[in-house]
Design a protein around this ligand. Structure first.
Ligand code: UDP
Ligand code: MG
Length: 325
């Protein structure tokens, strides 16, 4: 996906990742159409069926048969929401790309204003903020903590990183790569790719009408681990030696200097005929040994990581936004 800057030829793409949402799809589509068709825009609704085991795909096929501006992508198995978004982004042709959940928790009524903010106010991304949220407390509380942490780590002032309802400029979705469970960090990934105009809009939120939530409490733990990777990779992914090499050298130096000091003092005692205790009786002896060993290990880890990064196919992957020849 990265680097293929296909010229968009449509006003709006709406990407909807879904997994077992058979009851909601038709209702969601009708609602989208009620909102968007009076605007006279060219648009498409891309449903990405993430390996549903219910009749979701049949519903999408039926919608398509009504000559609707519907596109469908069906995974053979369940890959997760990020995978759905990735493929939806790859297919999206609209100048503005909007993502929303399929479960009717996100309101299509927000589409016109979100689109306007991207088109006219020049935002790269506008992220929804479910200010008043209709979810169980077991979900809203961890979410608050989660958002605070991501705000601190990323420096992006958003209240609701994981909101499914977001709007993007086409160029943004073609230049970011969402994988694993990274859909929670799209604003952060976009910022790392150089898209800095990130806005926020308070959006309506509903209780889930049909079906069940696809994410449990374990998402909080996975979410924090993913935050570590996403920040770590951005910072040191292309220059691991700067981290491991520095730490390794530092530890080795500390160990080496301690050992040197110990040796010198021992020599001094021997020279002056003072009865000194054995070096191996001193805790500093062991500390210096361990420190030198760990230092060497860290340095080696950094060196190996550097060799891997050097050969990685992404090593010279830059996002070029303009060029004059
Ligand atoms: N989803 C998906 N693949 C998955 C899990 C979820 O495409 O493996 C979709 C799901 O169908 C919904 C959206 O992602 O459209 C958000 O999921 P859900 O409503 O369960 O999350 P919650 O609202 O509980 O955060
Ligand atoms: Mg939901």
């Amino acid at each position: 996906m990265v680097h293929k800057l296909k010229k968009p030829n449509m006003d709006l793409s709406i990407v909807v990742p879904l997994y077992n949402e058979e009851e909601s799809i038709k209702e969601l589509y009708d609602w989208i159409q009620r909102v968007v068709s009076p605007l006279n825009w060219s648009y498409e609704v891309i449903f990405v069926d993430d390996g549903s085991t219910d009749t979701s795909w049949t519903v999408i096929e039926e919608l398509k048969r009504e000559a609707a501006p519907v596109k469908g992508i069906r995974f053979r198995r369940n890959y997760g929401k990020s995978a759905g978004l990735y493929c939806g982004f790859e297919a999206a042709q609209g100048d503005v790309v909007i993502t929303m959940d399929a479960d009717l928790q996100d309101s299509p009524d927000e589409i016109p204003e979100l689109t306007r903010m991207v088109k006219e106010e020049g935002y790269d991304i506008v992220s929804g903020w479910k200010k008043k949220r209709y979810d169980p407390i077991g979900k809203t509380l961890p979410s608050k903590l989660f958002n605070r942490t991501v705000r601190m780590v990323s420096g992006i002032k958003l209240h609701d990183f994981n909101c499914g309802l977001k709007a993007y400029r086409n160029e943004v979705v073609k230049n970011i790569e969402v994988y694993g469970e990274m859909h929670r960090y799209i604003p952060l990934i976009a910022k790392q790719a150089g898209f800095k105009r990130i806005g926020e809009k308070v959006v309506q939120h509903q209780e889930r009408k049909y079906g069940v939530s696809k994410f449990g409490i374990e998402r909080t733990i996975k979410g924090f681990l993913d935050l570590l990777s996403v920040t770590f990779i951005a910072k040191f992914g292309k220059r691991p030696m700067h981290l491991f090499g520095a730490l390794g050298t530092l530890m080795f130096a500390v160990g080496f200097l301690t050992a040197l000091g110990l040796g010198a003092s021992k020599l001094w005692y021997v020279y002056h005929n003072v009865a000194a205790r054995l070096l191996t009786d001193s805790p500093y002896f062991y500390i210096s040994l361990v420190s030198m060993v760990i230092g060497t290990q860290l340095f080696l880890a950094g060196f190996l990581a550097e060799m891997v990064a050097r050969n990685g196919h992404e090593r010279n992957n830059y996002h070029i936004s303009q060029r004059i020849d």
